[in-house]
Design a protein around this ligand. Sequence first.
Ligand code: FE2
Ligand code: FE2
Length: 291
Amino acid sequence: MSDFLAAYSIQNWLESCPQGYLMGTEYGHSPEEREIPLVLDNDVLRQDAVRTTVQLVVGERCALAASSGLINAAPDEGSKRFLATQTLDEARHVEIFTQRLYDLGVRKGELEDVITRWANPNLVKFAEILLEKVDRKDFIAGVVGQNIILEGMAFSVFEMMYAMNKTVNPKFGHTLAGTIADERRHVGFGENRIGSLIKQHPERRGEIEKMQKDMSYFILATFADAFHQTQAPEELERLGVERTHAEYQGVDLGVMDPAQMEQVLADTVLKEFKTRLGRIGIEYQTPVRPA
Ligand SMILES: [Fe+2]
Ligand SMILES: [Fe+2]
């Protein structure tokens, strides 16, 4: 437990995060970095970036509500302090992705309307399942839902977006890199803290397995919508801009159509769930595939 406390302490968070990889950044990137003209000057690409970034804000707002809500549900002081650091991380993620919306031309007064208009309904349902557990102060289900399911999914999505952006859009790439480093810590906490609690409460497993299955369905439905809606690959082709050869999970995203990319991402997320849930003694349940 003492190693656990040290690894997830506020002291460790200060040294590795604000005084570590975030040193010198402004909203997650170098102060001189800007959104790229290719995106800012093209309505299709800009709109695509706005819609994608809205989903990030929606997901991070859910993580902020969940991590702060779980502080008072946590059974031990070490978990409460870790969740306090996570709360600040998630608030930062909300802020930096909101800032990206402003950088993409969203006006401050229209922010909430833009978010409501483009928020994926399946992602909203996904968030509701998790926040219902948090509202009931159900620590075990809340941590599995947040630190394993939500953040495991976010981790894979951010890594895919990072692969596609790091060379063509260093500003967004750096914003994602800091977020990925945070999410790695959050997922690690989930696995380390919850395994022993599940052993103590085996009667909770059935309900948690059902939650995973339901949340996974809405993840797959969100991915299906997102890759169906994107017009970026076609627009880049129309503009004659060569797509970047971004490697992710051993494949080249630069030669894939959106349906193939969706498949790679969905497979990666579900495979990760299986591994992570196995480590904490939860049996992975295959979700229904959205029609
Ligand atoms: Fe986050
Ligand atoms: Fe997180």
